[in-house]
Design a protein around this ligand. Structure first.
Ligand SMILES: *Cc1c(COP(=O)(O)O)cnc(C)c1O
Length: 340
């Protein structure tokens, strides 16, 4: 039994999900004739109380499309220094949109309305880039799956509106935040102009993300997705997995969170662990003592059938997910307590 805790993207479709995929009615989505995709897009738009949604092959493409819509070349995007759009999308903000990022030195991938306001360049000062977008990430991945305080999001929304800035949410793991905090998609739909959500993380789908916005924005997104090479044909097989996951895999995220907290409590007691970051959802970030070599630590676990990865700068990450069973959980806890 190998235990893969690298990411919540490593899951494979369950038999029931595969069945839903096999039975999907499909058509050519470039002509908007794929019933399963149309259904999923409509369903997700309604969940968020928005007009429209668009299915994407990846969260990166959904985020990059949103950024392209909100900006012109030369503009600036405000985001946290740990943001996925800045760190893990291949420099796409500059490559795709010709825009730069103004990084906020936030806490666990999150920042305050005051910090956001201070990061806005005065629009009449033509020497500095024009600020056009504020982007948030919930949960914050590099922040260790941290959940935002909704009140702070509301305050940042006010700042964005006062300065006529776009407001984008990278909600790759928004589902985890909703479950953990008892929030609703509508709450987020009311505040953000654009929201991207992943189906391929905690929800356990093989592929897929969705961008949610108003009708006009989604029409623009359709063109940009095409330009980026994301126009897909009979992708309804993938959308059917998404619909299945939305109906069956959201509430169970609480089990992933409970396992993550248990892992954190166990790690905290080990002498070789320097520090475990607070655990809000399904991500555990921890640091080894300075005299422990990260590579040999990872190799040792690998030999014991456990896969983890480092996040750089001495950070290690564990992510719980749908395919991490209770049996694996017990085995993993035993290994880290007895062997390390
Ligand atoms: C995974 C992830 C994305 C999207 O990644 P893809 O691999 O392109 O689907 C975006 N933002 C965050 C915070 C993520 O964790």
């Amino acid at each position: 039994m190998r235990i893969n805790l690298i990411s919540d993207t490593v899951t494979k479709p369950t038999p029931q999900m595969l069945k839903a995929m096999f039975e999907a009615k499909v058509g050519d989505d470039v002509f908007k004739k794929d019933e399963s995709i149309n259904y999923l897009e409509q369903k997700v738009a309604e969940m968020f109380g928005k007009e429209a949604a668009l299915f994407f092959p990846s969260g990166t493409m959904a985020n990059q499309t949103a950024i392209k819509i909100h900006t012109n070349p030369g503009d600036q995007v405000i985001c946290d220094k740990d943001a996925h759009i800045y760190n893990y999308e291949g420099g796409g903000v500059s490559f795709n949109s010709g825009a730069s990022c103004k990084l906020i030195d936030g806490h666990r991938g999150m920042f305050t309305a005051e910090q956001a306001k201070a990061a806005i360049n005065p629009p009449d000062f033509y020497h500095s880039p024009l600020t056009s977008l504020i982007a948030l990430e919930n949960t914050a991945n590099r922040g260790g799956g941290a959940c935002w305080d909704f009140d702070e999001i509301e305050k940042i929304h006010t700042v964005a509106r006062e300065h006529e800035l776009g407001f984008h949410l990278d909600g790759a793991r928004l589902w985890n935040a909703l479950v953990e905090k008892g929030e609703t998609p509508e709450q987020y739909g009311k505040l953000f102009d654009t929201i991207s959500v992943c189906l391929s993380k905690g929800l356990g789908c093989p592929v897929g993300s969705i961008l949610i916005a108003d009708e006009e924005t989604i029409y623009k997104a359709l063109r940009i997705r095409k330009i980026l090479g994301g126009g897909m044909r009979q992708a309804g097989y993938l959308a059917a997995a998404g619909t299945y996951a939305l109906d069956n895999h959201i509430t169970r995220l609480a089990a992933d969170h409970a396992k993550a907290k248990e892992i954190g409590q166990t790690l905290e007691k080990l002498a070789i662990i320097k520090k475990v970051e607070p655990i809000d959802t399904n991500i555990i970030i921890f640091y080894l003592q300075d005299d422990i070599d990260e590579q040999s630590f990872l190799k040792k676990l690998e030999a014991l059938g456990i896969d983890l990865i480092g996040m750089g700068s001495g950070k290690l990450r564990i992510v719980t997910h749908l395919d991490y069973t209770s049996e694996m959980h017990q085995a993993f806890l035993k290994v880290i307590q007895n062997v390390l």
